[in-house]
Design a binder for this molecule. Structure first.
Ligand code: CAA
Length: 262
């Protein structure tokens, strides 16, 4: 599929989706969000894809937020539609049954930080900057930023970031738990691919079950969350991957996962 605002590439079991509007610092227009949704569906439906990476084109930005030029013409109804659709797309991203790494190569502001937070975890360049600057425009985050940020870093820090509209460095973002790892800018993609390849070598059933049970469990109390784990643990025993994984251990060889249910 050809995209106007994204690059989509699959190699070695990894789909890389690149926001590709570098002149506008990869800002998110409604059209970009529609293409993102299509790319998410492509990655979801392609059995060759085991892991997804989301990054930004150019040296400066991952995504510098929703497109301010377009939003400046919005009526309240258009703003609502944009927010509803943006949130829907980011829920589709968050619930993709494959691991997704945000490879943040520069500014991740507003909608950009919101896209990154809808991924499973964030790797960042030491040049990356994070923030929710919507308050500087007289509005609030609209793609789930107030909620995902508070869940990731806690209420006080989320409020400070959203209420001040300031930016934080990649290192600060790591210290507060927004970012998993920070790498020298030139090494970011190689390091991200290294982790993506490691995950792609695992069984797809267990990859999916771990992702989903952590996400669903965090939305419920501990006892019910652990009940979900019981079901998903048992479900793994219907997969060829379990037979292969345990068999390989006992035969003292490396497993070769095919990702099928037995
Ligand atoms: N929307 C549209 N265009 C944008 C943009 C955005 N969010 N961010 C940057 N651009 C454009 C600029 O207008 C500029 O275009 P021109 O060359 O045509 O003038 C180009 O990208 C380069 O940007 P700058 O010249 O501003 O670059 P800089 O290095 O001086 O500053 C920056 C970089 C600090 C990221 C600055 O561009 C900036 O503050 N951008 C806006 C960030 C922002 O407020 N994001 C939140 C948007 S609201 C939102 O996202 C709502 C939501 O939750 C859904």
């Amino acid at each position: 599929m050809n995209f106007e605002f994204l690059l989509y590439n699959v190699a070695e079991g990894i789909a890389t989706i690149t926001f590709n509007r570098p002149k506008a610092l990869n800002a998110l227009s409604p059209a970009v969000m529609e293409e993102l949704d299509k790319a998410i569906a492509l990655a979801r439906d392609d059995d060759e894809v085991k892991v997804v990476i989301l990054t930004g084109a150019g040296d400066k930005a991952y995504v510098a937020g929703a497109d301010i030029k377009i939003m400046s013409e919005f009526t309240p109804l258009m703003a609502k539609k944009f927010s509803v659709r943006g949130q829907e797309v980011l829920f589709n991203l968050a619930s993709l049954p494959k691991p997704v790494i945000a490879c943040v190569n520069g500014f991740a502001l507003g909608g950009g930080n919101e896209v990154a937070m809808a991924c499973d975890f964030i790797y960042a360049s030491d040049k990356a900057r994070f923030g929710q600057p919507e308050i500087n425009l007289g509005v609030i985050p609209g793609f789930g930023g107030t909620q995902r940020l508070a869940r990731l870093v806690g209420k006080g820090l989320a409020k400070e970031i959203c209420l001040t509209g300031g930016m934080i460095s990649a290192q600060e973002a790591k210290e507060i738990g927004l970012v998993n790892k920070v790498f020298p800018h030139a090494e970011l993609m190689a390091k991200t691919l290294e982790t993506a390849k490691l995950m792609a070598s695992k069984g797809v059933v267990a990859l999916r079950e771990i992702k989903q049970v952590i996400d669903e469990g965090l939305d419920t109390d501990l006892r019910n969350a652990c009940l979900k784990e019981i079901d998903r643990f048992a479900l793994c025993f219907t997969s060829e991957d379990q037979i292969e994984g345990m068999g390989a251990f006992l035969e003292k060889r490396s497993p070769s996962f095919k990702g099928k249910l037995a």
